[in-house]
Design a protein around this ligand. Sequence first.
Ligand code: COI
Length: 360
Amino acid sequence: MSPPPISVSSTPISIERVTESRLPQVDLANVAFGRVYSDHMLSARCCDGVWEDPRIVPFGDLALHPATAVLHYAQAIFEGMKAHLTDDGVPVLFRPEENWRRMNRSARRMVMAEIPEEIFLGGIRELVRLDRDWIPPNRFGSLYIRPFLFAADPYIGVSPSREYRFHIMTAPVGAYYEGSVSLYVTRKWIRAAEGGIGEAKAAGNYSASYYGMKEAREHGCDNVLWLDSKQHRFIEECGTMNMMFVIGDRVVTPPLGGTILPGVTRDSAIRLLRDQMGTGVDERPVSIEEVAEASADGSLRECFGVGTAAVVTPVARLTGGGVEVRLPEDTPVQDELRERLTSIRLGRSPDPYGWVDRLL
Ligand code: COI
């Protein structure tokens, strides 16, 4: 079934401001990821393919009928983005159009309504301007932006909804991972299979990973290094990050083949490695055995994850599935990559790709 074409009623985004901000109760220098939300959120709905009533309102609970389709069949997708403050105090977004495009690719895959640019990007820009005082100073973190779309029909027949609700909320956040992470290799559980929804940013991909994550934690690890669904050998991603390995003088990263998330940070990292750091990047299948062998012969120099929340996160250890790999502590490639990414994003170095969206 193909979703109806996008159409928007002519209503512009209306704004209802809070009467009193909650910001004075928040310590922006100490916010855990995903626990605190800013004053406003965006709400819009789409009925039978027509978008209506986009509004920014005070942050608050959603009232849902118990039969709301998403609660039963998980027809839900989301995005993750960040706003930062430049050194001269201007709020900036990083490649927001890429998130809008990916959100609509996810919507198509999940047979959901696509979101018009003026609601997705227009809504984010309005919200970030309105809650700009919630953006933590750079040394403490950023304002995480979470757009999400869900099936809202009060109907438990198994079928795509006619009504969708779209919201954007924002949250001041510190680091997602504090320092380096250990990843658990499982040959038993999988995150996604060919022909499935692995490349969509669908809510179900995340809950599907919880069982493996539980095992990972029981083995003292932070998360799972997912392998392919057929041979249980080829590295996919980590659920919160795409993966990169420095083997010899090249960076190797799994290709986008439909089962892993096409990360905006992954794409940005590949471009910076190639164009600015002169580092060859191979997007090719990489097996866990190859990584273990490279570790044994000394050619595995680094392993790191890249993602919006995680930025560039070092991996200290891979364990499980018959593999035990300790990564070197010296990490020059990822350190330089993180520094370059951060400087472009904060307007400290030139932005040759036009990635930064300044919200003046
Ligand atoms: C992100 O990096 O924004 C993600 O969506 C990963 C995770 C926080 C779910």
